[in-house]
Design a protein around this ligand. Structure first.
Ligand SMILES: C[S@@+](CC[C@H](N)C(=O)[O-])C[C@H]1O[C@@H](n2cnc3c(N)ncnc32)[C@H](O)[C@@H]1O
Length: 263
């Protein structure tokens, strides 16, 4: 993440940003876990859990007889996850593509918003290796529709289209492709949910477009899509939109897609 996107803590501190993100998507994740049949006593893995992921949701769902394993390679995220962990949660510092955990050892293997960094194939291969026969693989990734801000700052729509195209090129907005990819990976009974969040400025997650803009800063400036002065104005406007309760935000869609490993 570019270091000087903004002084707003939710934007500059990845642990705070990812914790706000996890909180915002918690209801959607809860619905997906229920629909996928995750039950008390299950052993679950959350790959690339970050500082929060869905560790707490899983922990409550599987209860004392269950187990939740979070895998993460970032030490700051791991420490934050550890500090919040309930008794049935274990944290493993590892690369999610090569966790070193035993074959077929989980009833559920979950990963959300991780593909952009690992690529889908290596992640899915490890998920398939870790899930027991009949167990569930659950992935959550964004779709291509952009984050909407209403009223939108001038230039927002044009630059968001640029950013979205870039993300599409990098194959990170792969939500709608996941059902096919899971079927091709041999998973059965593939199902999905697609959720979008409606937020007001002032919600900690309403700083997301500002963060996305910061991530795309070099590309936008390098391609001449925007001048540095214009970009600063847009950042300031998005900062105000993130804080102003009169501004409505509609998030990108998040696809939860799951299927069962053959028995
Ligand atoms: C966008 S965050 C999502 C965090 C969490 N899954 C959530 O949805 O709240 C991506 C996380 O994946 C982790 N990650 C990325 N590549 C990884 C890898 N190869 N091994 C372990 N963790 C990885 C990052 O450190 C980061 O915490």
């Amino acid at each position: 993440m570019p270091a000087r996107a903004s002084r707003r803590p939710g934007v500059t501190d990845p642990v705070l940003r990812l914790t706000a993100q996890a909180g915002a998507w918690a209801p959607a994740a809860r619905r997906a876990l229920a629909a996928a049949g995750v039950a008390p006593g299950w052993r679950c893995a959350d790959l690339g859990c970050g500082p929060a992921g869905i560790l707490d949701l899983l922990s409550r769902r599987v209860g004392r007889r269950g187990l939740v394993v979070g895998v993460e390679h970032d030490p700051h995220a791991l420490l934050a996850a550890l500090a919040a962990a309930r008794g049935n949660v274990r944290l493993v510092p590892a690369d999610v593509r090569r966790t070193g955990l035993p074959d077929a050892s989980f009833d559920l293997v979950h990963a959300r918003l991780v593909c952009q960094e690992t690529g889908l194939l290596p992640l899915l291969r490890e998920m398939r290796r870790l899930v027991r026969p009949g167990g569930v693989v659950l992935l959550a990734e964004p779709g291509a529709d952009p984050w909407e801000v209403d009223p939108a700052p001038p230039d927002y729509a044009r630059l968001v289209r640029r950013v979205t195209r870039r993300f599409l090129r990098r194959r990170s907005a792969i939500g709608s492709a996941l059902p096919g990819r899971l079927r091709r990976a041999g998973l059965l009974g593939v199902r999905w949910r697609r959720d979008r969040l409606s937020l007001r400025g002032g919600h900690p997650y309403a700083a997301m477009p500002l963060f996305a803009l910061a991530g795309a800063r070099d590309v936008l400036l390098g391609s001449g899509a925007v001048t540095p002065a214009r970009l600063r104005q847009l950042e300031a406007a998005l900062g105000r939109a993130a804080a102003d309760p009169a501004v409505r935000h509609r998030s990108f869609p998040l696809w939860h897609v799951w299927g069962r490993a053959p028995r």
